[in-house]
Design a protein around this ligand. Structure first.
Ligand code: 13P
Length: 289
């Protein structure tokens, strides 16, 4: 059964660890992430961007795939199926399709419009028992067509949006989607500290989890981050393993062209990446307590 992310994130914030959101792209991705979460007894959030939603034939297909897979693979850890950087229309579509968690990214809108649209979705999600993520400030770089300037969030605006009753809050603190550039200034812990001081128990979300050094991740968790999003790192792991398989000519040997063989090293690489992140975030063994 899919669950709202509320309980897992409340526990994570109180227990000083973070739950990973891993974005999915297809069946192999989803299976690798779910199996790793189950093996490590970790709660997990499956992220779906609007672009990945289209690629996977729409939100209803995704809900059917994830629910079916959880049943057939006996996945019993808490799993939230979450829209990542949703538009207002996308949020409504995912609510209707049966997602258990929604992100409405109104960060590019004037703050009053962000507040008004987020409020409408808070009401809808509350009625249905879904969790809702809002965003203030912006995440630099590009996430599947969503482009952000990367400005740090204003702590007062964060409080304004947190007070609307959202479940979790994504705030720009110098984080960037995709690979970090050589000259990256690092996370602004000053901003994060000020946001936590204003928003109290609110679980904070760190986007752009790919490539953030372990010490920065740990410090962010100590300052109230309870959800960390990872996408590009699984893509790079999959690409590297698949490239190696083909460069070694394994697709040309015997039945190495069989898609179940061809995609296996990539799927294993995703598992290893997810495991490493869950260990770093501290969510291992937290599924049932
Ligand atoms: P990365 O692709 O940088 O890991 O970011 C993922 C993310 O923040 C999804 O919203």
């Amino acid at each position: 059964m899919l669950v709202s992310a509320k309980e897992m994130l409340t526990k994570a914030k109180a227990g000083h660890y973070a739950v990973g959101q891993f974005n999915i792209n297809n069946l192999e991705w989803t299976k690798s992430i779910l199996q790793t979460a189950q093996e490590l007894e970790s709660p997990v959030i499956l992220g779906v961007s609007e672009g990945a939603g289209k690629y996977m034939c729409g939100y209803k297909t995704i809900v059917g795939m994830v629910k079916g897979m959880m049943e057939e693979l006996n996945i019993t850890v808490p799993v939230a199926l979450h829209l990542d950087h949703g538009s207002f229309e996308g949020a409504k579509a995912c609510i209707n399709a049966g997602f258990s968690s929604i992100m409405f990214d109104g960060s590019s809108l004037p703050i009053d419009e962000n507040v008004q649209k987020t409020t409408e979705l808070v009401n809808a999600c509350n009625i249905l028992g879904l969790s809702l993520e809002a965003e203030v400030g912006s995440i630099g770089g590009e996430e599947d067509g969503v482009i952000g300037a990367g400005e740090c969030a204003d702590p007062d605006e964060c409080k304004k949006v947190a007070d609307l009753g959202v479940t979790m809050l994504a705030a720009g603190i110098g984080n960037i989607h995709g690979k970090y550039p050589e000259n990256w200034a690092g996370l602004s812990f000053e901003t994060l500290d000020a946001i936590q001081a204003k928003t109290g128990d609110m679980p904070l979300v760190l986007h752009g989890g790919t490539g953030i050094p372990a010490d920065m991740i740990k410090k962010a968790i100590s300052l109230g981050v309870a959800k960390i999003n990872v996408n590009t790192e699984c893509q790079l792991a999959f690409q590297e393993a698949t490239r190696k398989y083909i460069e070694e000519g394994k697709d040309l040997q015997g039945k190495g062209f069989d898609p179940r063989k061809l995609l296996a090293p990539g799927a294993e690489a995703i598992k290893a990446t997810v495991k490493e992140k869950m260990e770093l975030f501290g969510s291992v063994g937290k599924a049932f307590n």
